[in-house]
Every structure is written in structure tokens, then in C-alpha cells.
Design a binder for this molecule. Structure first.
Ligand SMILES: [Zn+2]
Ligand SMILES: [Zn+2]
Length: 161
């Protein structure tokens, strides 16, 4: 039984009036994930999936399209469009520009991509090479003078017997 004549103080009445305003609705700012049907916090980009599903979706996409992703990343690194790459590839008939071995666009699992894009910092993309030839010209410091001396040297070695 409440005390007869009991009065709330004006401050506590004020507090009671406003106390519910401090509470936040349990589902405020949350959406239902289209995949897992779980509530998730809305993000600014407005994706209809929770972060768990978003991560799982991108992992699945990556696993299914790894070949294409790697290929596009390689082209992107040299600012090559797919059309320009195909033009280069066709003009070289799918072979290494130096040793003329046939190249493959497919990635061999657990190993490197068969082709390498040869790139000069000044002139841009020069052509498509195999891994060995690309490494070889790199080891000779991309220098024409070095290449010429190497040819001369192989033709007429300084045999010291
Ligand atoms: Zn989800
Ligand atoms: Zn080669």
C-alpha cells in the first residue's frame, strides 16, 4: 500500500517522464541478413548481408574465380586492358618473344603463372615472355650493351686453358 499523502518530488517526476527516452529500441539501425536471417548492424554501403555472410560470399567468389582474378590483377599491375593483352598475345602467337616456347594463360596450381609481362619503367609494356627469359633479361640489367657483350662472349669466349 502506498503511503497516504506520499508525493513524488518534482525532480523524480521529471526523471520518470524522460527515463524511457534514453532507451534504444533493440532493433534500431539493424537489418535482417538475406542469407543467414540474422540481425546485423546496418553499414554505410548498404549491403544486404551481415559481415559474416559478406566475408563468406567473397571467399566463395574468390575460390570459384581465382584464375580470372589473378589474371586481371596481373593485367592491372601493368595497366593493360584485356583487349591490349589479347592483341599482344596474338601478335606473339602465344609464345615467348625470346625463346619462342609456347606459353599458357592458365595457372598451374601451386606454381607460377606460365607467362610474364615484360615491363620497362620508361617505355611501358614491351611484350610477353616466359619466366626464364623475363628473369634472364632482368639479371642482365635490361641493358642492350650487356646483351651485346653476352652474345660476343658466347660466340668467342675468353678461353683460358
Ligand atoms: Zn548473414
Ligand atoms: Zn622464353
Amino acid at each position: 500500500m502506498p503511503k497516504v499523502g506520499f508525493k513524488f518530488s518534482p525532480e523524480s517526476i521529471e526523471r520518470m517522464k524522460t527515463s524511457h527516452l534514453g532507451q534504444i529500441a533493440w532493433n534500431k539501425g539493424k537489418k535482417v541478413c538475406r542469407h543467414s536471417r540474422r540481425f546485423y548492424k546496418r553499414t554505410r554501403n548498404g549491403a544486404p548481408f551481415c559481415i559474416k555472410c559478406k566475408r563468406r560470399n567473397s571467399a566463395r567468389y574468390r575460390a570459384a574465380n581465382i584464375e580470372q582474378i589473378n589474371f586481371r590483377n596481373t593485367l592491372g599491375r601493368y595497366r593493360l586492358t584485356e583487349e591490349r593483352f589479347e592483341m599482344l598475345w596474338d601478335s606473339q602467337k602465344g609464345c615467348c618473344a625470346i625463346c619462342l616456347r609456347p606459353l599458357s594463360k592458365q595457372r598451374i596450381p601451386g606454381r607460377y603463372v606460365n607467362f610474364r609481362i615484360d615491363h620497362d619503367p620508361v617505355t611501358g609494356v614491351r611484350g610477353i615472355l616466359c619466366h626464364s627469359c623475363n628473369t634472364g633479361i632482368g639479371l642482365l640489367k635490361h641493358s642492350q650493351a650487356n646483351f651485346e657483350r653476352a652474345i660476343q662472349y658466347v660466340r668467342a669466349p675468353l678461353l683460358c686453358i
